[in-house]
Structures are given as C-alpha cells and as structure tokens.
Design a protein. Structure first.
Length: 67
C-alpha cells in the first residue's frame, strides 16, 4: 500500500511547498518562516524509501502491467 501512497504524497508535498513560497514571495525564503527548510525536505522526499519511479514500477508489477 505504501508504494501507492508515497509517489502521490511526495509530489503533492513538493507542489504545496512551491505554492507556499510563491504565496509568501520573498519572505518565503527567510529562514525564520521555515518554508525554505520545508521546501528542501519536499525536494528530498521522493528519494526516501525508493524514488517515485521505483515505486511506480512496484505498483505496475503488483498489477501485472509492464515488463
């Protein structure tokens, strides 16, 4: 089940982090806001526990799709 949830949540986390920085403008880059650190974490999230492409390959294998 984790293989199905992880790619979606990682991509949404990154999209939300980017939106937060855009919403707050230049203030979003300040260390005090924590948005920069959240953005860095969001960039790294797809790599933890296998990249999103690896997870998608596992999903396809579970479904019997692909090679």
């Amino acid at each position: 089940m984790r293989q199905m949830i992880k790619p979606f949540t990682c991509e949404e986390l990154l999209a939300n982090a980017i939106d937060a920085v855009h919403l707050h403008g230049g203030v979003g880059y300040l260390v005090e806001t924590g948005l920069g650190e959240g953005g860095a974490d969001a960039l790294a999230a797809p790599i933890f526990s296998g990249t999103n492409d690896i997870q998608r390959g596992r999903i396809a294998a579970m479904m019997g799709v692909g090679s």
